[in-house]
Design a protein around this ligand. Structure first.
Ligand SMILES: Cc1ncc(COP(=O)(O)O)c(C=O)c1O
Length: 403
């Protein structure tokens, strides 16, 4: 494909002048992307093991998603929820029949899906109940409700007072949750696997114990599956790994093959509490993104990508362990499907920065964790190339330190 002529310096200057600086951006202008690669304005190719922060689980610009968007755009881009539209209903059925049944509400992002979940949890439980227990190092988004649900002080700085009613406990500690429950608690909300928190997998029995606690205290269990959902772990939804069914589940990120979409899925009796006037989203469930999401789900099924997520995930975990043996800087490798955290003995940020300079994109989180959220279409050879780059960086950094 022909590259448009783009002047990187000009784009950076334009951003400096006209775009709010709330992101720490790398000085790279991405002009196109395909599969596990993206290209910058100078035509340089990058191997992307963290495509779109997890949104491009199918790989960048999956041909089926591109074709569905092109077709839908020519027919109907958007119609508001005053009316019915075919793709929204089809998508809701596809999600419900691959999860726990129930009904969907569509939004545009993970934060909005979580916002809806917080509102619905309060509405669906007795009036005196309003508190929601969430987990330390969890991440639920940047809007006020989702931010208040996010038990990380760094996210709150400058934004207090938060929305009242959120109670934070350590992830994985069932006793701490039991102690935190009182007769005003309406919900427990968590990611089945913490993503931004460093790819933390729940201890055995933890999610089941939360389910039992919710049942015993008339509380709803909310799983934020914004990162774990839609096949990331090798099953359609993360909760299916443990067979613990939530009352409400939220989705976003990879839901629409890289296009912006969020969703809340609730058991029917809870969904019934979301009545006209109680919640809404003008763009929610629009035809264009719904068509993209349908194509994405079809691609996963027709190309057997859930199975691929399992195999590729195992391959990457094995490579990460070998990387640890070779370099001696890995404390622990955690992973389930295509959600992989490599906890290091050293800061992860400088390694991720050096990798980008070498044409490899990975993410650093929680100071010492290299996080990979690779696309299902990534090949084993691409993974080999990535670890070669990472090994080279560690060797180089050790040599520089000894100089
Ligand atoms: C688990 C989880 N929930 C919610 C969000 C927020 O999603 P969004 O950025 O689409 O609002 C994220 C984003 O990283 C996330 O990882």
């Amino acid at each position: 494909m022909e590259q448009a002529q783009v002047d990187t310096q000009k784009v950076l200057e334009q951003f400096g002048k006209y775009v709010i600086g709330n992101y720490s951006r790398q000085p790279i202008v991405v002009t196109r992307a395909q599969g596990a690669y993206f290209w910058d304005a100078a035509g340089r190719r990058y191997l992307d093991l963290f495509p779109s922060w997890g949104c491009s689980l199918l790989g960048h610009c999956h041909p089926r998603v591109v074709a569905a968007i092109q077709k839908q755009a020519a027919e109907l881009i958007h119609v508001d929820n005053t009316f019915y539209s075919v793709p929204q209903g089809q998508l809701a059925e596809m999600i419900a029949t691959r999860s726990f049944g129930g009904k969907c509400f569509f939004a545009n992002s993970g934060a909005e899906a979580n916002e809806a979940a917080i509102k619905l949890a309060r509405r669906a439980t007795p009036e005196n109940k309003y508190k929601i227990i969430t987990m330390e190092k969890g991440f639920h988004g940047r809007t006020y409700g989702a931010m208040s649900a996010t038990a990380q002080a760094k996210v709150h700085i400058g934004h207090e007072p938060l929305v009242p009613g959120f109670v934070y406990v350590p992830f994985g500690d069932i006793e701490a949750v039991r102690k935190a429950v009182d007769n005003e608690t309406c919900a427990i909300m968590l990611e089945p696997i913490q993503g931004e928190g460093g790819v933390r997998i729940p201890p055995p029995g933890y999610l089941k114990a939360l389910r039992e606690l919710c049942d015993a205290n008339k509380m709803v269990l909310i799983f934020d599956e914004v990162q774990t959902g839609l096949g990331r772990t090798g099953k359609w939804f993360g909760y299916q790994q443990w067979d613990v069914v939530p009352d409400i589940m939220t989705l976003a990120k990879s839901l629409a093959g890289g296009a912006p979409m969020g969703a809340l899925v609730a058991k029917s009796e809870i969904a019934a509490k979301m009545t006209p006037g109680s919640h809404a989203s003008t763009y929610g469930g629009g035809a264009l993104v719904a068509a993209a999401a349908i194509a994405g789900i079809e691609a996963i099924e027709q190309e057997n990508l859930l199975q691929r997520a399992v195999e590729l995930g195992e391959y990457i975990v094995a490579k990460a362990k070998t990387f640890g043996e070779k370099t001696g800087i890995v404390r622990e490798v955690r992973g389930l499907g295509l959600m992989i955290g490599i906890e290091l003995e050293v800061p992860a940020g400088p390694i991720a920065d050096a990798a980008l300079k070498e044409g490899l994109r990975v993410n650093a989180t929680q100071d010492v964790v290299l996080r990979l959220l690779p696309a299902m279409v990534t090949t084993n050879e691409q993974v080999d190339a990535a670890f070669e780059i990472l090994e080279g960086i560690v060797v180089k950094q050790a040599q520089e330190a000894n100089r």
